[in-house]
Design a protein around this ligand. Structure first.
Ligand code: NDP
Length: 449
């Protein structure tokens, strides 16, 4: 292709969505270039899902070591060194970044490691000043953590910085009640930091099934976290010894070594030049797109977090792939944004697919709810009192399972398989007809009464 333009496709942002779209477009025969101002791999690989999951695994060694002691293992004086873990994780991130870059090169995608801004419907200017034209432009610039506005917020960090801390915070205050706040509170608590979680309401993980979520705060407290709910950080002061004094709206003051603010991520659209192509942003700064990820400008598309549809890596990847198939592969297709399974890597983890009980009642009227409140064998073996809780929501008229929600060890792993059944529209009777694998936690799903 690419005759009157330099490229058929120019992608801005080499995260999950941008890389997938560029690679697939290239395999469809398009001449493709991509610009990335920071590091190849985007939030998920560089400072999100992947390094976070490594920290989750590392933090879980603490309890495994503790339990092993009573099961015949001799464990010496175990201690933990943050810098060793941090450097291991960041080393692996470097490796993965190289793989991402290599994948693009192998597919014939040309890479520019500099900022790109849109100067018109078919034109881009690189940081170096070079002007480039493209038949299509794909914006895949992701999102950026929102820092709350309060005195002393310059002393606070976001999830961008937490992977690079010089030292493990002995005392960590986390602000927020969403994915990032809950996950990092759990990680640093398990690694031995004294964690205080501050949330503006009494509700965490607001969009999850609250019958499941309500099980988590007592577990967090039992694991040693201080929960300050229904309040806000009012100000943070740096003391002479370098520590931070965090004043809360409820009158309490907490001393900390780090304060992590995790109160959502905003679309990364500032200074991108979208106005030069006549594209107006939405109220959160997101790029509005149609079901094929096309913006109001026919030659410009956008995928992933920058569109603020569903801020999840697998969704961005699917949107990018569908865009490339639609525009370059002669296969016009869009993504179904319903029934997307998700998980919070809290300790224990929470996972969910489909409708909550309240949503199902709104949609179907009559619903049947099945639950299992059980003590996983893993917890019995480890002398841990924590229980697991599974909840299945069924459309009472058709017997169709419309939601599955769980809290307990390995919830995310179990949920991936359960999500297939909900997506496929299987019924409660299909679950009942399936023989259990014993002894497992997942067998609870086919034994629900
Ligand atoms: P979330 O949207 O998950 O949660 C934001 C939290 O911040 C909520 O508790 C919200 O409270 C609170 N909040 C928002 N505004 C304010 C404010 N002005 N003052 C005080 N509190 C406020 O955002 P995260 O930053 O945790 O994560 C961003 C996104 O990244 C997620 O939505 C998710 O899509 C993705 N992600 C996914 C992960 C996974 O799949 N495991 C892991 C990490 C991130 P309220 O409920 O009251 O609005």
């Amino acid at each position: 292709m690419a005759d009157k333009y330099d490229y058929d496709l120019f992608t801005i942002g080499a995260g999950s969505g941008g890389v997938r779209a560029s690679r697939i477009a290239a395999t469809h025969g398009a001449k493709v270039a991509i610009a990335e101002e920071y590091r190849f791999g985007g939030t998920c690989v560089i400072r999100g899902c992947v390094p976070k999951k490594m920290l989750v695994y590392a933090s879980m060694f603490a309890e495994e070591l503790g339990h092993a002691k009573h099961k015949g293992w001799t464990i010496g004086d175990a201690s933990f060194d943050w810098t060793t873990l941090r450097d291991f994780v960041n080393g692996d991130v470097d490796r993965l970044e190289g793989l991402y870059d290599g994948t693009l090169g192998n597919a014939g995608v040309e890479s520019f490691t500099e900022r790109a801004v849109i100067t018109g419907p078919n034109s881009i200017r690189l940081g170096s000043g070079r002007e480039i034209t493209a038949r299509y432009i794909l914006v895949a610039t992701g999102g950026w953590p929102v820092m709350l506005d309060f005195p002393g917020n310059e002393h606070c960090i976001t999830s961008n910085e937490i992977f690079h801390l010089e030292e493990q915070p002995r005392r960590l205050v986390v602000m927020g009640g969403g994915y990032i706040a809950i996950e990092f509170a759990g990680i640093f608590n398990a690694l031995g930091s004294k964690v205080t979680l501050v949330n503006r309401t009494e509700t965490i993980l607001r969009n999850y099934e609250q019958g499941i979520v309500e099980k988590l705060p007592p577990i967090m407290q039992a694991r040693g976290m201080d929960l300050q709910f229904g309040t806000q950080i009012e100000q943070v002061e740096k003391l002479d010894d370098g520590s931070l004094q965090v004043s809360l709206a409820n009158g309490k003051a907490v001393e900390a070594d780090q304060v992590l603010v995790a109160t959502g991520r905003a679309p990364n659209t500032a200074g991108l030049g979208l106005e030069n192509a006549g594209i107006e942003l939405g109220s959160k700064g997101e790029i509005p797109v149609d079901e094929f990820s096309k913006t109001s400008c026919d030659s410009i598309y956008a995928v992933g977090d920058v569109t603020d549809r569903v801020q999840l890596t697998p969704v961005a990847i699917r949107e990018g792939h569908a865009f490339a198939d639609t525009v370059f592969g002669g296969n016009r297709r869009s993504i179904d944004h319903s029934t997307i399974p998700t998980a919070v890597f809290s300790q224990p983890s929470i996972a969910s697919v489909g409708l909550t009980e309240a949503e199902a009642r709104d949609e179907y009227g009559e619903v049947a709810v099945y639950t299992s409140d059980f003590r996983p064998m893993k917890n019995i073996f480890s002398d841990r009192a924590e229980r697991g809780f599974y909840k299945m929501v069924v459309d009472a008229r058709t017997d169709k399972v419309v939601g599955v929600h769980m809290i307990g060890p390995e919830s995310a792993e179990i949920m991936q398989a359960a999500a297939v059944t909900v997506k496929a529209g299987l019924t409660k009777s299909d679950f009942d007809a399936t023989t259990a694998i014993h002894p497992t936690m997942a067998e609870e799903l086919v034994l629900l009464k």
